[in-house]
Design a protein around this ligand. Structure first.
Ligand code: ASP
Length: 292
């Protein structure tokens, strides 16, 4: 694995390798990298979890993290992404983790760049490290993907998390269901009511409404969205005993999920954050190992 750009590029074997390595790291295994690698995190969109989690993961496997402040970088002076990344390569970096607003921003980096590129989210495109940490969370819980009923609910067409997970989970044998208002279904065949889904789901994965990606900002009522598409306290009571709740966060409490459910027994929302560090250690280690 030279880069990590989209879940569509990963083989099933590569996915399982990363999940197994994440488990090994969680069990206390140390990094087997032979040298110190230099990495930088280029975040051109807001982030709390992903940026901090990558930095923690990088440090835990012995990388040197070179500070990069997107808001004060030469991109604000008109420099292209290609020239910025090429510059960091010439300075001596081994890998860059990038989050940007444009879908598939990484296409301009595919030739001429030798530093490894890890996509930490491209617009409404993909978010592969989130998907891998979600897969890790599901595998830890159920030990398998085949036959699980997984409902992804929310702003499907604008969500890079939904798109990354849809591809990966279907390939791994899960039955993936989508639930959203009609205008957010995009190319997905979606349900528009919880009726057939709440009682059969093993995993309910909620998504934040991506207001920042809506071209037309229609009026939006948090209360009616919560009543129609959110996970309310009443709906949670209808879930299977073994079913879990996931959300990539940030959570908008009482919109996509009732505030009281965020840390309820079946919620794995904060556990996902913890799992993210091991998963990102596994991603970076796998990529850097190939460069040694
Ligand atoms: N943190 C996730 C992302 O960057 C989910 C979200 O922002 O709603 O896509």
């Amino acid at each position: 694995m030279k880069n990590l750009l989209s879940m569509e590029h990963l083989t099933i074997e590569e996915i399982h390798h990363i999940l197994d390595l994440a488990q090994a790291f969680e069990n206390g295994e140390a990094s087997s990298l032979a040298r110190t690698h230099h990495v930088a995190n280029l975040f051109f969109e807001p982030s709390t979890r992903t940026k901090t989690s990558f930095e923690m993961a990088e440090r835990k496997i012995g990388c040197t993290v070179i500070p990069f402040d997107a808001g004060f970088s030469s991109v604000t002076k008109g420099e292209t992404m290609y020239d910025t990344v090429k510059t960091l390569e010439m300075i001596g970096l081994d890998a860059v983790v990038i989050r940007a607003t444009e879908d598939e921003y990484y296409n301009e980096l595919l030739s001429g760049i030798n530093v490894a590129v890890i996509n930490a989210g491209d617009g409404a495109g993909q978010h592969p490290s989130q998907s891998l940490l979600d897969l890790y969370t599901i595998k830890k819980e159920f030990g398998k993907f085949e036959g699980l009923n997984i409902t992804i609910a929310g702003d499907i067409s604008h969500s890079r998390v939904a798109k990354s997970n849809a591809v990966a989970l279907q390939r791994l044998g899960a039955n993936v269901h989508f639930l959203c208002p009609e205008e957010w279904a995009g190319s997905f065949e979606a349900h528009h009511s919880w009726d057939d889904l709440i009682e059969i789901s093993d995993v309910i994965m909620l998504l934040r409404v991506q207001h920042e990606r809506h071209k037309v900002n229609k009026s939006f009522s948090k209360e009616s969205y919560h009543q129609e598409y959110g996970l309310t306290i009443e709906r949670e009571q209808q879930m299977k005993e073994s079913a879990i709740i996931m959300h990539p966060a940030p959570v908008n409490r009482d919109v996509e999920i009732a505030s009281e459910l965020v840390e309820c027994e079946r919620s794995r929302i904060f556990e996902q954050v913890r799992n993210g560090v091991y998963t990102r250690m596994a991603i970076i280690e796998t990529i850097l190992k190939e460069r040694e």
